[in-house]
Write a protein that binds this ligand. Structure first.
Ligand code: ADP
Ligand code: MG
Length: 391
C-alpha cells in the first residue's frame, strides 16, 4: 500500500469509529506552495503554485435528513452538528468547522442540490504554515460533496465555490490561487494561473527526472503584523494602479516600468510596491519560459531575485525567511525565496539532488546559531490535485 492508500484506509476507519458506519468514499486534496508570483493575485497577475504531497483526506457519506456532521482528527472534541438549512454567514466563532460548513453553504447558495452529510478529516498538511491547509480542507469537502451528490462540476468551479466559502462564510479575503491549486494541479507540473481570467496551464516541473529537489523550509514562525500589513499592501497597490491610470498593476507592461516609477516618484512606498508587482509578473513569465524550454535550473536566480524584491520593495519578509534564503544560497542552492504572504511561514529552496542534505544541514545549523525555532524542512515534488482515493 502507498502512503496515500494507508491514509485513505486510516481515515475511513476513523470515520467508522466516529459515526459507526462505513463512509461512501474518501477524497484527497493537497496543500500547495507557490513557486513564484507573490502578492500578484490581487493585482490580476500571474501565480505558479504546485501541489504538495501532503493532503487532507475527507471520508464522507450522504445523509437524507439535512444534517451536516463534521469531525477532524486535527481538532479537539466530537463532531460538530449543523443543519444545512441553518447555514448562513458570518460563521459563528472562528471554528475550524466554518471552512467545510462554508463549502456546503456556498454550494447551496449557488443553487446546487447538496443535502446533509457526515464528514471526517485527517490531514498531513501543516496547519497555518502558509501551505494552505484551509484550501485543502475546502476542496476535499467540495469534491466529496460533488461526488456524493453526483454533480460532476468542473475543477475550476469547485475552486470558485471553495473560495466563496472562505471569503463569504469564514470571512477571509483570500484570492483564488490556493483553491485552484488544490483542485487543478497535476503531478510533475506547476500550475501557471492567470488570476484575471482564471485560465491556467500545466507547466512541466519534473524535479526527480531533472535530478533536482525543491525543499520547503517551514520556519514555524508567524509574526503578528500579518493581517494589517496585507491590507496596507493591497491598498497601496490599488493606489498605484489608480495613479497610473490602469485597471490593475497587471496592466503595467514590464517595458513601461521605468516611466511608471518616475510617475510615482513622489510616493516612494507605492513606487516600491509597484516595482515588486511588475517585476514579479515578469519573473513568472520568465520562469514559465525556462520550464517550457526544459531549463529548470535557470529559474534559480529568478527565485532569489523574487525574494530580494519581496524583502526590499514589498517589505513582507522577516529575519527567519531571510536567513533561510541566504543560508541556502550560501550552501550551494540554485535559488531560494520566501513563499506565501510573508512575515513568517515558509521558504522554498531549489537544489541539485546531491546538495539537498548539505543545504538542509546548513539551514538547521544557521537557525540554531541564530536562536530561532528549529525549522521543519521537507522535499516537495509536485503532486496531483484533488482526487477520489477510493470507496
Ligand atoms: P493555512 O491555510 O496556510 O494552513 P489558514 O489560517 O488559512 O492557514 O488555515 C488554517 C486553519 O484551517 C486552521 O486553523 C483550522 O481552523 C483549519 N483547518 C485546516 N485544515 C484542517 C483540518 N484538517 N482539521 C481541522 N481544521 C483544519
Ligand atoms: Mg489558508
Amino acid at each position: 500500500m502507498t502512503d496515500t492508500e494507508h491514509g485513505a484506509a486510516r481515515t475511513a476507519a476513523a470515520f467508522h469509529a466516529v459515526y459507526g458506519a462505513e463512509p461512501t468514499g474518501t477524497w484527497a486534496a493537497p496543500g500547495r506552495v507557490n513557486l513564484i508570483g507573490e502578492h500578484t493575485d490581487y493585482n490580476d497577475g500571474f501565480v505558479m503554485p504546485l501541489a504538495l504531497p501532503h493532503t487532507t483526506i475527507a471520508a464522507a457519506a450522504p445523509r437524507t435528513d439535512g444534517v451536516l456532521r463534521l469531525h477532524s482528527a486535527g481538532a479537539p472534541g466530537g463532531p460538530v452538528t449543523l443543519r444545512t438549512d441553518d447555514l448562513a454567514p458570518p460563521a459563528r466563532g472562528a471554528d475550524w468547522a466554518a471552512y467545510p460548513a462554508g463549502v456546503v453553504w456556498a454550494m447551496r447558495a449557488a443553487g446546487l442540490p447538496i443535502g446533509g452529510a457526515d464528514l471526517h478529516y485527517s490531514s498531513t498538511v501543516p496547519l497555518g504554515a502558509g501551505l494552505s491547509s484551509s484550501a485543502a480542507l475546502e476542496v476535499a469537502t467540495a469534491l466529496a460533496l460533488d461526488d456524493l451528490y453526483g454533480l460532476g462540476l468542473p475543477r475550476a468551479e469547485l475552486a470558485r465555490l471553495a473560495q466563496r466559502a472562505e471569503n463569504g462564510y469564514v470571512g477571509v479575503p483570500c484570492g483564488i490561487m490556493d483553491q485552484t491549486a488544490a483542485a487543478c494541479c497535476t503531478a510533475g507540473h506547476a500550475l501557471f494561473l492567470d488570476t484575471r481570467d482564471l485560465t491556467h496551464r500545466h507547466v512541466p516541473f519534473d524535479l526527480a527526472a531533472e535530478g533536482l529537489r525543491l525543499l520547503v523550509v517551514d520556519t514555524r514562525v508567524r509574526h503578528q503584523l500579518g493581517d494589517g500589513a496585507y491590507a496596507q499592501r493591497r491598498a497601496g497597490c490599488e493606489r498605484g494602479a489608480r495613479a497610473l491610470g490602469v485597471r490593475a498593476l497587471r496592466d503595467v507592461p514590464y517595458a513601461h516600468l521605468p516611466a511608471a516609477l518616475d510617475a510615482l516618484a513622489s510616493d516612494p512606498v507605492v513606487r516600491d510596491l509597484v516595482r515588486h508587482i511588475v517585476t514579479e509578473n515578469h519573473r513568472v513569465e520568465r520562469t514559465v519560459a525556462h520550464l517550457d524550454a526544459g531549463r529548470p535550473r535557470a529559474i534559480g536566480p529568478l527565485l532569489t531575485a523574487g525574494h530580494a524584491s519581496l524583502r526590499d520593495d514589498f517589505k513582507v519578509s522577516c529575519p527567519e525567511l531571510d536567513l533561510a534564503v541566504d543560508t541556502a544560497n550560501a550552501a550551494g542552492a540554485l535559488g531560494a525565496r520566501m513563499t506565501g504572504g510573508g512575515f513568517g511561514g515558509s521558504a522554498l529552496v531549489l537544489v541539485e539532488a546531491a546538495a539537498a542534505d548539505p543545504v538542509t544541514d546548513a539551514l538547521h545549523a544557521a537557525f540554531a546559531a541564530a536562536g530561532h525555532t528549529p525549522p521543519r524542512i521537507f522535499p516537495a515534488a509536485p503532486g496531483p490535485g484533488a482526487h477520489r482515493l477510493g470507496p
